[in-house]
Design a protein around this ligand. Sequence first.
Ligand SMILES: *Cc1c(COP(=O)(O)O)cnc(C)c1O
Length: 424
Amino acid sequence: MNATDLPGAPFFSYQHQQLCVEQLRLQDLADTHGTPLFVYSKAAMLHALAAYQRGFAGRKAKVHYAMKANSSLGVLQVFVQAGCGFDIVSAGELARVLAAGGRASDVIFSGVGKTRAEMQTALQAGISCFNVESEPELDVLSEVAVSMGKVAPVSIRVNPNVDPKTHPYISTGLKGNKFGIAHERTLQAYQHAASLPGLKVTGIDCHIGSQITTTEPYLDALDKVLDLVEQIEAAGIAIHHLDFGGGLGINYNGDTPPAADDLWARLLARLDERGFGQRQLMIEPGRSLVGNAGVCVSEVQFIKPGEQKNFCIIDAAMNDLPRPAMYEAFHQIVPLSLTNAPTQVYDVVGPVCESGDWIGRDRSLNVQAGDMVAVLSAGAYCMSMSSNYNTRGRATEVLVDGDKAHVIRSRETAADQMRGEHLV
Ligand SMILES: *Cc1c(COP(=O)(O)O)cnc(C)c1O
């Protein structure tokens, strides 16, 4: 493999045939901390963020990290220190932001099903904006705010009905999706919001999907959102900020998404053309900030030859890496040590009792029991989606910074998992 093709390069790279993260060998980290083991590169996260920051140089713009991609406290801390805000989708995520040292005033709250209790918690904490996804939510949020003597800042998430050309489970801006308010009803929704005593309209937002690898869907969505802003402002309702969501894809397997700074050069040119270049802008990237900043290291338990397939059974499973089972997603799987031994084709699977528990199909690998592999591009939507299925403890997480490794999550024990359970 060409070194620069490795997802996560140059922060993950082979040195003397050994896969390294920054200045450390992954094999050494696996020996110290055991497997399965998530390893993140702090430099890779900051590098990904820097592309957005370059793209927005000289503009009024704020990056709100969509923390559902990876909400581990040590990861959030990196983004707090880098000056990011956060896009949350639950009160639990707000608690994490605060625990990581972030400020509520840098938080925006998305999601179609916010509960009254979550609205109260977020209003009490003083978040900067609620991204509202339906007309009933406007009424309930206003009621909750009035009952607390507060005014809730709101943006309405519009569904621009554009096809992001990604997996159906991760496209969110099409008519049939549960997200946002239909393009055609947006003006009415804003007029309704402006009439409610507990709300103050501050912005507009959209988020069209995830793992988007072309610029066109963003340009289409941008034009539709700007058309709406013109309509809404003509009706006398001021829109202070424009939030274009997240969704930029990463390289999993030769994918070639635009670089964040190139994407934003195109979008800013269109915003300038239409006279919106000096507005307050916001974005909510998740995957593109962390996806290729992490890998999952796993030990080969058994090689199991079969009549139709050979299986390589590793100690990471669908509870650690749910994306293949959920979306048939592809992660590259590579050995920690490169050798010239002949390869065999395997289905790489975990120990969980489900046929859906596969991590990669038809992969050429030269590995034996006891060898280590790395599942690449595992920084986003892996740990944050992981579960305890089969009473498997969640994996250890290590954040690497140069030649230093910090454990940011200890391996979950059986006792940790049973905490809060009661015999009758
Ligand atoms: C998930 C999500 C994001 C982030 O999406 P990525 O594809 O990870 O960049 C941003 N905004 C909203 C509202 C989301 O639900």
